[in-house]
Design a protein around this ligand. Structure first.
Ligand code: BTN
Length: 246
């Protein structure tokens, strides 16, 4: 409730808008949120684009500052944010919610939400984080997107965007406030319980585009994906090194 929400009709990217606002206005309150009805240049992970039909979905960014989050613990944020979104969606009875490492939110085998966390470091510390969330809500068609879906395309219901936004912001605040001072060891078990395709035979590609098989076994203390390639042969991957195909 005390969160400051700034609503825009259109902007290139709410992550960029929030970053620029922070530069021009100086410090902002934690959980200040920028929400746009439409993004003209929505950004995804690893330099990809985020496509989202205007006025039908949620595209927003949230600021969180830290005073004692170490850079090597950055993955705590991926955990906190993805579990907060799952938690918020659970109230809407979205079936089979999972987190595809590091932080795509899935319903069954469909991606319904993408998250782009941009951390600003100061030496060994995370100074603040711009948390961008794109949730597909009422969009009906996903023409160029493989295996994308929205809440409406899954449940058939229409959702009120403001209600959903408030629910997510509330959960985000709860999870991220609770996260400070916690360790990976404390938070990993819940994250791994939600991990998409855990312990299932899966196909991946590596950075060279080569296919390989393995079983996702979990996530390391630094946030890398742990895959069992062959019986008891484990390998850890970071985001640039692996793509889970199915
Ligand atoms: C991904 O799955 O690749 C991450 C997508 C993140 C999209 C959100 S929409 C709001 C915020 N602003 C952006 O430009 N991107 C994030």
């Amino acid at each position: 409730e005390h969160t400051r929400i700034i609503k825009l009709d259109a902007t290139d990217s709410t992550n960029v808008f929030l970053k620029e606002l922070l530069q021009s206005s100086g410090p902002l309150e934690d959980y200040t949120a920028i929400v746009a009805s439409k993004q003209l240049k929505g950004r995804g992970q690893m330099g990809s684009a985020w496509e989202s039909e205007g006025c039908k979905n949620l595209t927003f960014s949230v600021l969180k500052c830290f005073d004692s989050l170490r850079a090597e613990q950055q993955f705590l944020l991926n955990i906190g944010v993805s579990l907060a979104v799952c938690d918020a969606l659970e109230a809407y009875e979205i079936p089979n919610l999972k987190v595809k490492w590091p932080n795509d939110i899935m319903s069954g085998s469909f991606k319904i939400c993408g998250i782009l966390i941009e951390n600003v470091l100061k030496g060994q510390w995370v100074q603040h984080s711009i948390i961008g969330i794109g949730l597909n809500v009422n969009q009906e068609r996903f023409e160029n997107l493989d295996r994308a879906a929205s809440l409406k395309s899954i449940t058939g219901h229409f959702y009120d965007l403001d209600g959903l936004l408030n629910q997510i912001l509330e959960k985000l605040q709860g999870h991220l406030d609770a996260m400070e001072g916690k360790t990976m060891a404390q938070l990993l078990p819940t994250y791994e319980k939600h991990l998409f395709r855990k312990d299932k035979p899966s196909t991946f590609t590596n950075a060279d585009g080569e296919l390989f098989m393995g079983f996702i076994r979990g996530v390391s203390s630094t946030g890398k994906l742990v895959v069992e390639l062959e019986d008891r042969i484990f390998k850890e991957f970071d985001l640039k090194e692996v793509t889970l195909l199915y």
